[in-house]
Ligand binder design. Structure first.
Ligand code: ADP
Ligand code: MG
Length: 292
């Protein structure tokens, strides 16, 4: 069983730590629970700690990282695959110099079409040789083959859950399926849109009990974000909260989450290659029927 880490890293440790590129996917099963909000602010805070960050919007249906940040991408992954553009050309710059690969239907092509598509993209990515400290993946809702491929390519996974029963069921399902394929990947639960700390803690306890009992594993608690109108406001204004309202409770939670995530040891079997290499290997796995 995974040992739960209670102590967050100090800021200094985090800045000085010599890192290999960590791939962290943020997922939930259910949509509308705060994945994109969290991904963006998580990525921005890492960049503020002088980390070189790629934020990959892998939500092919409701990809909206760019929208959240008021950005307008011109090209997509498709332009790289057909050879019209280099990967550098489709990456847009976000706040604090984060690199963003915006979502499009082509992200789905990457996973589900011929391996060649993925290989082409992978070659382009290697040529680009970007040397990121971390890749943050904002996955789509659902448990499609595409979502699963990104989750199984990640080193660590953050699962966002709200007290909504549908969210609880979906978060459990996604943890179950990920555990079936990769029992060692650390899972961190963020309890979002809760009324108070107690509700967040009891939601976490309940889910941890479920995973211990039925999946024979424990999970980490990444923290609780209270339901708050300032979150909704910042999203509406297309302004990242980490930039404009950093000294708010939700942003304290995000900063703590970042430290907790980097404190969690990398899974013992450190898999070879970058994200796209891994997904190429994964396409040999039988991930089940495509459900999109
Ligand atoms: N803690 C919160 N309090 C209030 N509203 C929130 C909170 N977290 C997220 N939201 C709102 O929920 C909506 C969905 O968030 P989003 O990040 O797009 O979810 P997802 O990416 O999971 O679909 C947004 O309009 C956002 O403002
Ligand atoms: Mg989203």
């Amino acid at each position: 069983m995974t040992e739960v880490v209670n102590h967050a890293l100090t800021l200094n440790q985090l800045i000085q730590e010599k890192s290999t590129c960590e791939i962290i996917a943020i997922t939930s099963g259910k949509g509308g629970v705060g994945k994109t909000f969290l991904s963006i602010n998580f990525a921005i805070y890492l960049a503020q700690l002088k980390k070189k960050i790629l934020l990959l919007d892998a939500d092919i249906h409701l990809g909206n990282v760019d929208l959240f940040l008021g950005l307008r991408p011109r090209y997509t992954v498709k332009d790289v695959i057909v050879g019209e553009k280099e990967i550098e050309d489709i990456i847009i710059k976000g706040p604090e110099n984060i690199d963003i690969i915006p979502a499009s239907d082509a992200v789905k092509d990457l996973i589900t079409r011929e391996k060649d598509t993925l290989r082409k993209f992978n070659q382009a990515y290697r040529r680009f040789n970007p040397d990121y400290d971390a890749i943050i993946i904002d996955t789509g809702a659902g448990i499609s083959r595409t979502v699963l491929a990104f989750l199984l390519g990640a080193d660590k996974i953050i699962v966002v859950v709200t007290p909504d029963p549908a969210s609880i069921t979906d978060a459990y399902s996604i943890m179950k399926i990920v555990t079936q394929f990769n029992p060692d990947v650390p899972l961190t639960l963020v309890t979002n849109m809760v009324r108070n700390e107690e509700e967040g803690q009891s939601l976490f306890n309940k889910m941890n009990l479920m995973t211990e009992r039925f999946l024979q594993r424990s999970i980490y608690h990444g923290g609780s974000i209270l339901e708050s109108p300032i979150v909704a406001e910042s999203v509406k204004k297309q302004i990242a909260m980490m930039l404009h309202q950093p000294n708010t409770a939700p942003m304290h939670v995000v900063r703590n989450l970042v430290r907790k995530m980097f404190r969690i040891p990398m899974p013992e079997v450190k898999r070879k290659g970058g994200l796209f290499d891994r997904i190429i290997n994964l396409s040999d796995l039988n991930l089940g029927e495509e459900d999109e």
